[in-house]
Design a binder for this molecule. Sequence first.
Ligand SMILES: [Zn+2]
Length: 477
Amino acid sequence: MSYIQFLGAAGTVTGSKHLLNTAPDDRENSGYKLLVDCGLFQGQKEWRLKNWADLPIPAREVNAVILTHAHLDHCGWIPRLCKEGFQGTVYATPATVDLCGIILPDSGYLQEEDAAFHNKQKSSKHSPALPLYTMQEAQQSLSRFRAVPFAETVELAPGLRFRFVRSAHILGAAMAEITLANSGAPRTLLFTGDIGRVRNSTIAPGKVVHSGPTEGESPDVLVMESTYGNRHHPHDDVLPEMASLINATVQRGGSIVVPAFAVERTQKFLFLLKELMEQNRIPRIPVFADSPMGIHAVQIFLKHSEEFSAGTREMIARHGSPLQWPGFHFASTAQESKRINENHYPSVIVSSNGMCMGGRIQHHLIQRLPDPRNLVLFIGYQAVGTRGRQIKEGAHEVKIFGEIVPVRAQVAALEQFSDHADVDELLEWLRTFHRTPQSTHIVHGEPDSAEALRQQIVQQLHWNVDTAKYMAKAEIS
Ligand SMILES: [Zn+2]
């Protein structure tokens, strides 16, 4: 019997990894084995340790990976899969392939840094502590990628094909629409990956990608995310609040530190800063985008203008590339990054990673958190167990590189930036379906959030829905 097994993002928001085995009978080995997404577990240690566990089947027996988008919690385990012997192809949209080209090697670099840190501190049970994969291994894994444009059908095996449809989450983000016709009537499986703001949402500021998720789907089996399954995004315009937070910080002589993913979220924030400056609503203070892949990310971003929303297109037509904007600085080297710390005048520092769990943001936090004049401004989701979540929830101190850092800076969050549909938008999207799926499995949410979405779908749409459990199998009848 064909089945889906949830190897990640079940009971949590990270580690997305769903195994589809198309075996038509009990002989599991006879099936085609496909992973939809192959992400890293992040956040709580209990989950992170699972990055070191083997898959339930040997990696060399996985025939292919379909990757929905370039966030690490969806793509970050691919180098490890390759290291473990995977020989197949990773299918992704062209923008996702380009983004993985910078994100995965950077992830390898951070894994190596982490291992080196533990070795120096002797803080790992393992001696020597090893990286999950190295930068070089991440680079090698890129040779397995194949770009597949939206809507193009790929035949994976007889009776098994897929195409990408838009999820409108980040640049290149897709849902995987898989058709399985190995026995009986063909069945369609839709794996949503992460679902972006719906088409008629007027409340997503600086929306970069256009059009909302593809509507009118009709899958037999739906595997959908639930990150914001129990929440409503604020409906007010973000710009007045953003301007007032920045102005208040500048007036007291502080700087604004913004933890943000280097790709997309950083660009989106820069666009809004530029808009506020052009409208003279905030002063023209220096802006530092501090990320080793910052410049490269902007270049990839501009290369895929076919994905832009009208607003983004207009911004670029008016102001050109962010790389050319006066007062905006992109720090690529460690030296340039360190120089930002020497600047004691008010400035905006946007640095990754977005949940404060690695990367250069850590150095900026060590330096800026103890000073009450500064502002730490969150514009992204902070998963349970991350340092970002601790700070956001009001921790008085955090531990960074083994050092206790007092949190005296102001902490604020702008929830409007979300790239995920909220519960109302998810339901709105489901209502566009042409028919009711036979089964719906909810993944990629904290347990409360997944359960809340399940209840809403049952109450409002009367569908057959369950929340996926880690390692559980769902048979495809
Ligand atoms: Zn994502």
